[in-house]
Design a binder for this molecule. Structure first.
Ligand code: GRF
Length: 196
């Protein structure tokens, strides 16, 4: 069974989208572990679905956070999903899992990405720049911030009078869809490769 570990920092709506897709057998996978780097609503979601989860508090662990996470990720994990995860991962971590770690970002990278561009700040920047189209991106994680190879993107219209909250809501809907689609593609690609 294709095994996924999910790292979160927030409410976990992207995690929920993956949980729902697994439970609906849309994704032929299991979520083996959810790790949060701070007290996060997403941990309650994992708990409600009987998914092993743990809190590795970035405030307590500091520079040891990535190593602690690394120590907890089961060796038979096939894919790590950063779903609203906000702490920076060390090069040791990203090189260990290179090609098997993805992230969902709430903008059309390479624009509006990089250090400090997360959550509502992204949508504020998109509106300030006067963009008429925004969206979200799923990409592989490399040693940079939001710089890895893009797997897929989904666009949404920016409407006149949109607040950052309006835009975030519209983008988040697409994130949930794109994240599941992207994981499905990865599972199918790996399964095809294993079949040959
Ligand atoms: C949201 O801003 C989302 O755009 C980004 O992370 C934040 C939290 O998402 N990917 P979630 O509800 O915790 O998945």
């Amino acid at each position: 069974m294709f095994k996924i570990a999910v790292l979160i920092s927030g409410g976990g709506s992207n995690l929920q989208a993956v949980i729902d897709a697994v439970e609906a057998r849309r994704l032929n996978a299991e979520i083996g572990l959810v790790i949060a780097d701070r007290p996060a609503g997403g941990l309650d979601r994992a708990g409600r679905h009987g998914i092993p989860c743990c809190l590795l508090n970035r405030r307590e662990l500091g520079t040891d956070l990535s190593r602690e996470i690394l120590n907890r990720i089961p060796d038979d994990t096939d894919l790590i999903v950063l779903a609203g995860y906000l702490s920076i991962l060390t090069a040791e971590f990203t090189s260990r899992w290179e090609g098997r770690i993805i992230n969902i970002h709430p903008a059309l990278l390479p624009e509006f990405g990089g250090k400090g561009m997360y959550g509502m700040r992204v949508h504020e920047a998109v509106l300030k720049a006067g963009k008429t189209v925004s969206g979200c991106t799923v990409h592989y994680v490399d040693s940079g911030v939001d710089t890895g190879r893009i797997i897929g993107q989904s666009t949404v219209e920016v409407l006149p009078g949109d607040s950052p909250g309006d835009l975030q809501e519209r983008v988040l809907e697409q994130e949930h869809r794109l994240l599941v689609d992207s994981i499905e593609r990865i599972i199918n690609t790996i399964s095809d490769n294993r079949a040959v």
